[in-house]
Each structure stands twice: as structure tokens, then as C-alpha cells.
Design a protein around this ligand. Structure first.
Ligand SMILES: [Zn+2]
Length: 223
């Protein structure tokens, strides 16, 4: 039979629980401070992500795909013959809508290219308003684990597979109309945080997203 615990024993147990709880909170606050510092350190913030180490090993094993510099996803390399019909931030748009200058569906089937060397993390049909989507992770800095993601949506066909390493300018698919949902165009995003949920393409909160055109212009290939 258990003897009832004395008041001192009970106090000790409660105190021990409080200390354990405070220690946990301390660890959490350290993590939050680190996340805050890295999150505020500018465009090339360290991505604290559960998959970062996976991408680290992929790129370390395949240094040929670490190339620096980005091109536009249509009319390579400079989007010649195309215009952005809905810029980043316009109507809370999280990407660019690339269309051919000739308008309408004239760009249906035009080639879409990878903007940089990288790793294909997703190549599948999501149906609905997304249709065929390709997502790629690009490594900006192996030492600091800096990654960005490019996302190409509404494709007519997908020409790459998940898990493939590809070079900048590789044709990844063609411009589509998302099974007739829209006039043909390429919805294109660049994400600062890789592997976020697909989302909805529009949001007032742009956390984790770059203005794609501004990003590409800032990171052109070295001449
Ligand atoms: Zn769009």
C-alpha cells in the first residue's frame, strides 16, 4: 500500500514540474531568438527547415548543380516576347503571370524553362485552379544552407520528374491553360521558404515569397 505523500514531498514534486517547464520555455525562447535573428538578416536568410539537411546532402553530392544565377522562365534568358500580366503583389498575387506579347492563347504550348540549376521537388497535377505544377529547389549557398524555390503552374505538359537534378534553361514543360480554367499563361513564383504548402497563389501575407522579377534581376548569371 502506498503511503500518502507528505506536504513537503508534494511541494517538491510541484517545484520540480515548474523547473522542468521553465527549462523547456528557455530552450524554446533560444530557438525563437535564433529564428528571429536569421529571419531578419535580409534576403538570404538561413532557412530553418526540416529538409534543409536533405538538400544539403543532395547539392554537396552534386556540385555541378550549384550554379549561381537565374534567368527568366519564358523567352529565355530575358523573357523576350513575353510580359507579366499580373505582377507580384497586384491583387495580392504571390507570383507573376507570364503571357506572350501576342496575347490570348497564342502562348499555349510555348516552352517553360528552369530559372536556375536545381533539384525538382514536385512534378504533378493538382487539378483545380493549379493544374500541372513543377517545383524546384535551388541552392544559393551550401555553407549557409540558403535555398530558394521556383514554382511553375498551369503547365500544359510536364517534362521533368520529381527527384531530377537539372541545369538552368532546361525545358521543364509548356505553358498551359490549367484545363481550360484560364487563358494560357505561366503562373510563376519564387519562394524564400522552400517546401511550404502549395497555397492559393494569392495572399495578403507575403511571408516566405519573393517578388520573382526583382529576385531574378538581382541574381543574374555572372558574365
Ligand atoms: Zn498567377
Amino acid at each position: 500500500m502506498m503511503t500518502p505523500k507528505s506536504k513537503d514531498e508534494m511541494n517538491y514534486i510541484v517545484l520540480k514540474r515548474i523547473i522542468t517547464y521553465l527549462n523547456r520555455m528557455k530552450k524554446l525562447s533560444y530557438f525563437l531568438i535564433i529564428a528571429l535573428i536569421t529571419g531578419c538578416s535580409g534576403q538570404n536568410a538561413v532557412v530553418l527547415h526540416r529538409y534543409a539537411s536533405v538538400y544539403d546532402s543532395i547539392f554537396k553530392l552534386n556540385p555541378a548543380y550549384l550554379g549561381y544565377g537565374f534567368d527568366f522562365p519564358v523567352g529565355k534568358p530575358d523573357a523576350k516576347g513575353y510580359y507579366d500580366a499580373q505582377g507580384f503583389g497586384q491583387n495580392t498575387h504571390l507570383g507573376n503571370d507570364w503571357n506572350s506579347n501576342s496575347g490570348g492563347n497564342t502562348d499555349l504550348g510555348d516552352p517553360v524553362y528552369s530559372i536556375g540549376d536545381g533539384y525538382v521537388t514536385c512534378a504533378q497535377d493538382f487539378g483545380g485552379g493549379w493544374g500541372n505544377v513543377v517545383r524546384m529547389v535551388h541552392c544559393l549557398d551550401t555553407l549557409k544552407q540558403v535555398y530558394v524555390e521556383s514554382l511553375y503552374a498551369h503547365l500544359q505538359v510536364i517534362q521533368v520528374k520529381k527527384g531530377q537534378l537539372i541545369k538552368k534553361g532546361t525545358q521543364i514543360g509548356t505553358i498551359g491553360n490549367c484545363n481550360g480554367h484560364y487563358y494560357a499563361h505561366l503562373h510563376f513564383e519564387i519562394r524564400r521558404l522552400v517546401d511550404m504548402d502549395l497555397g492559393g497563389g494569392y495572399a495578403a501575407d507575403t511571408t516566405g515569397f519573393y517578388d520573382p522579377t526583382a529576385f531574378i534581376k538581382k541574381h543574374r548569371p555572372r558574365k
